[in-house]
Write a protein that binds this ligand. Structure first.
Ligand SMILES: Nc1ncnc2c1ncn2[C@@H]1O[C@H](COP(=O)(O)OP(=O)(O)O)[C@@H](O)[C@H]1O
Ligand SMILES: [Mg+2]
Length: 506
């Protein structure tokens, strides 16, 4: 049968990109055709941005090739990509605030038009905006523009350079709903002219609205592809989160007493928005409760609120029978809560300190390491050596922690928290960015703690990890726990729907 499809504008073949500790793209094939909105869908860390940074000339692939209308090309810089008709609207804008819209549109553009008079420049940019129905005053200073307007400047920039393939990296993350509508109208006009748009997103509902074809990435690979007409939320969610669920011998959990209770907690995120909006949960002694969800749905803010390093707007947190809401982090720790933070360099370890100093960071005030207010060197070293040996941390005791690999740093941090004999452990993305061996080491520690009766709250983006370790699985979406199941009755399809907001009742 004849293939009705026109030739591809761009083809990526066998693209591999390795970062220290992460195989971001593990051999990806992707073709982009004129007139299509191709959605690249996938969870955080799936490799979407990396792949498109390669196509836009920002990164060089370790393996694989790129073809532009059939011709093999090597893209050494974004300028190379722009010359080949490929432009990217980045997640974080690259504009000069004290320049006008028109100046920003022309910036770095080396076409002969650059020698236009200021009046002609304004006219050019105004005409381009009018043709694409992009409402912007070319004389306005970018510093005075809203986020949605800045995005339009980026789009004009890419259009001005004559791009035939426009890549949008999570463009709706910064927009209010009415701005999303106008962005989508703009995207439809762009592909109506025979250009192609690559729309990167981890949001199912948006992808279903705008895409004409959908490619799902997972763990750096293409997990599946289909035309929009064949896509359903269930199919996409399953491809996004995967089906491989490692099994572990599951001892019927002898669930103990209630250790941690969180009731109707709300908290703001870094940028002031309501990140946690009425989350409730419980964790009992001897169980691991896993919180699944796409990162950015309030998991980090919830964990930090429990640990006392973020103040809640409302709600209560109990450790055993003690109400610890708004108590200082130090007091919460002393009452038996250990915390593995997301950013081990800023919150967990002191990079300039050596292994011994980091090993005792959260227990230096206790016997036998401290006596009469004095730090005792020998017990401190003994304690550190025990951790290093038990958890196979590759480092000498005097090494500054910044010199350790990411995996060894995380082993040290998790081992230190486990050694405190906590009643409750809150672990926030404890294996993010780790290699397989370190991931397994961390898993072993969590399971050991569970066996010793610790109540473990595990927050992870990796659904397979949550399912492999947890006794109960919760799903967090937009600041709330929207789903709960015993792990024995957890259904990947169902969880995927809740993770992406489709499972939530209207
Ligand atoms: N510059 C970088 N250095 C090291 N690791 C990186 C870099 N960029 C991305 N990664 C890693 O590569 C993987 C894929 O990331 P990314 O392409 O940003 O995913 P996505 O855009 O799908 O969220 C992740 O594990 C991420 O931590
Ligand atoms: Mg990304």
């Amino acid at each position: 049968m004849a293939d009705a499809r026109p030739p591809a504008l761009v083809e990526l073949r066998g693209i591999v990109k390795v970062f220290p500790g992460a195989l971001a793209n593990a051999g990806i094939d992707l073709a982009i055709y004129p007139g299509e909105v191709l959605a690249l869908l996938g969870e955080n860390g799936a490799g979407k941005t990396t792949l498109m940074n390669i196509l836009s000339g920002l990164y060089r692939p370790d393996e694989g090739e790129i073809r532009v209308v059939g011709e093999r090309v090597v893209l050494r810089s974004p300028r190379d990509a722009i010359e080949r008709g490929i432009g990217m609207v980045h997640q974080h804008f690259r504009l000069v605030e004290r320049f006008t819209v028109a100046e920003n549109v022309l910036l770095g553009s080396h076409t002969p038009r650059f020698r236009l008079s200021p009046g002609q420049v304004l006219e050019h940019v105004r005409a381009l905006g009018a043709r694409h129905e992009i409402a912007l005053d070319p004389r306005a200073y970018v510093g005075d523009l809203s986020v949605g307007e800045r995005q339009r400047v980026e789009i004009l920039k890419v259009l001005y350079r004559g791009s035939r393939v426009l890549i949008f990296d999570e463009p709706t993350a910064v927009l209010a709903p009415p701005e999303v509508d106008s962005l989508f109208a703009g995207i439809r006009r762009i592909v109506g002219e025979g250009r192609a748009v690559v729309f990167i997103s981890h949001k199912l509902d948006e992808v279903l609205r705008i895409a004409t074809r959908i490619v799902v990435l997972r763990h750096g690979r293409v997990a599946g592809a289909m035309p929009r007409a064949e896509a359903t939320p269930g199919k996409l969610a399953t491809l996004m989160v995967g089906r491989e669920i490692p099994s572990r011998p599951r001892v019927a959990a002898a669930r103990g007493s209630l250790r941690l209770r969180v009731e109707d907690v709300a908290a703001r995120g870094e940028r002031g928005y309501l990140a946690v909006d009425g989350a409730s949960l419980t964790v009992h002694s001897g169980e691991i409760v896993g919180v699944a969800g796409v990162a950015g749905n309030g998991q980090a803010e919830l964990a930090e609120t429990i640990a006392g390093i973020r103040a809640p707007l409302r709600g209560r947190v109990w450790l055993d029978e003690h109400d610890v809401t708004t108590r200082p982090a130090r007091e919460i720790r002393e009452r038996g809560l250990a915390f593995i933070p997301e950013d081990r360099h800023r919150q967990g370890l002191v990079p300039a300190f050596n292994v011994v100093e980091n090993a005792i960071l959260t227990c230096y005030a206790r016997a036998p390491i401290s006596r009469g207010g004095l730090l005792r060197r020998r017990p401190a070293r003994t304690h550190a050596r025990r951790l290093v040996e038990a958890f196979q941390i590759q480092a000498s005791l005097e090494t500054p922690v910044r010199a350790l690999s990411g995996g060894n740093q995380q082993r040290l941090l998790v081992a230190r928290e486990a050694a405190q004999e906590p009643k409750v452990l809150v672990a926030l993305h404890p294996t993010a960015g780790l290699d397989v061996a370190s991931t397994e080491a961390v898993h072993r520690i969590l399971l050991e703690l569970r066996a010793r009766g610790v109540a473990v709250l595990l927050v992870s983006e990796h659904l397979d990890e949550v399912l492999a370790l947890s006794d109960r699985v919760l799903v967090m979406y937009r600041g709330r726990i929207v789903h709960e199941r015993p792990a024995s009755h957890a259904d990947v399809d169902e969880i995927g729907l809740y993770m992406t907001g489709v499972g939530e009742p209207p």
